[in-house]
Design a protein around this ligand. Structure first.
Ligand SMILES: C[S@@+](CC[C@H](N)C(=O)[O-])C[C@H]1O[C@@H](n2cnc3c(N)ncnc32)[C@H](O)[C@@H]1O
Length: 334
């Protein structure tokens, strides 16, 4: 069950601390308006990146609340097509309602790591554009019963796919102390990872962790607030690392990135919104170097990633650690 964790070691260095809390935490600015909705991040920039052709075939591989999907649909004509994926059945159920009478939309449950098979079955290939908006939606993050939040009690779950093989509780209750410390440091940059792992192991020997607040309390005991004065909950990085591990997020992204080019028509676009330095580095490396044997196969649209503007940051705090990178499939050495 835990064997897959060893592959995280292939990812170089710990995550940078910058902005990571935005990917996991109860963002202090999140208000009730966002509590169960999910505003699409950098909507204009994403559409610009995809350069939607009215009769093109597109894939939104992280459907979530469907914000980006609906924007793509607005830009598509009657002969365009949109394939929407999610590992979580709940967004697909909701999309089934708003897309019921739209023959352009196909909904599929599955990981974007399996996009070639899913898009092939759906008859969507070749694709003119693929959008990935990584991580979890606000709806998932803020639902206590999903176990991502440390501000309300819930089962220590954290699976994006509710049928996934591993829960966060299973992970924290079974990983050896050193592996737990290494995992937390590597995936979140948490400096107190050793103290945290030791406290978790001490507590779980008395009673296995079952809920989010039990784990948050362990973090509160040993993680000191940052000297910068930033308001970051002591459990922020721990929860981020566990979420990434539980869902195999870096593995899925690696597989998706390495297969995406082969699904695109010449000139087709790949746009990836990431919220974490490890993810962003993987996207950056792909576009900068391409596959090892053919480094000229992507033409990045911008030298640097796009980030949200001030008005979006004010309206949608979830966007604050977002980085958008996009590239077009090229065919020959430029
Ligand atoms: C940030 S949300 C997407 C929000 C969406 N763009 C919107 O505007 O409403 C990410 C979604 O991707 C899903 N997801 C995460 N990892 C996935 C994967 N490997 N394959 C497919 N879906 C995934 C999550 O379940 C979540 O619903």
């Amino acid at each position: 069950m835990l064997a897959s964790l060893s592959s995280f070691r292939a990812v170089p260095g710990p995550a940078s601390a910058d902005g990571e809390e935005g990917a996991v935490a109860e963002r202090p600015g999140d208000g009730p308006a966002e509590a169960f909705g999910h505003l699409p991040v950098m909507p204009g920039e994403c559409l610009e990146a995809l350069d939607v052709r009215p009769d093109g075939s597109y894939a939104d591989v992280t459907l979530g609340g469907g914000g980006h999907s609906r924007l793509i649909l607005k830009a598509l004509g009657p002969r365009g097509r949109l394939l929407c994926l999610d590992v979580d059945p709940e967004p697909l159920e909701r999309a089934g309602e708003w897309s019921r009478d739209d023959p352009r939309v196909q909904l599929r449950r599955g990981s974007f790591a399996g996009l070639p098979e899913l898009a092939g079955d759906a008859g969507s290939l070749p694709l003119d554009g693929i959008l990935a908006d990584l991580g979890a939606s606000s709806r998932q993050m803020l639902s206590p019963e999903r176990g991502f939040t440390f501000s309300a009690d819930g089962p220590l779950d954290m699976r994006l796919d509710p049928d996934g093989p591993l829960t966060a509780a299973e992970l924290v209750n079974s990983l050896p102390e050193k592996e737990l410390a290494d995992l937390v440091y590597r995936l979140s940059g948490e400096r107190a990872s050793r103290k945290l792992a030791s406290e978790i192991v001490r507590r779980r020997a008395l009673k296995p962790f079952a809920t989010t607040l039990e784990l948050a309390e362990a973090a509160r005991r040993v993680v000191r607030p940052p000297s910068s004065g930033k308001r970051i909950h002591p459990a922020t990085r721990l929860f981020l690392a566990l979420r990434i591990a539980v869902n195999g997020e870096l593995e899925a992204l690696g597989s998706f990135l390495s297969r995406a080019r082969g699904l695109l028509a010449p000139g087709g676009r790949l746009a990836v919104l990431s919220f974490h330095s490890l993810e962003d580095r993987m996207v950056k490396d792909l576009f900068r170097r391409g596959p090892a044997d053919a480094p000229w196969l992507w033409a990045p649209l911008w030298k640097k990633p796009r980030t949200p503007g001030a008005s979006e940051l004010a309206a949608n705090p979830r966007s604050r650690s977002a980085k958008l990178r996009a590239a077009a499939r090229t065919e020959a050495r430029p």
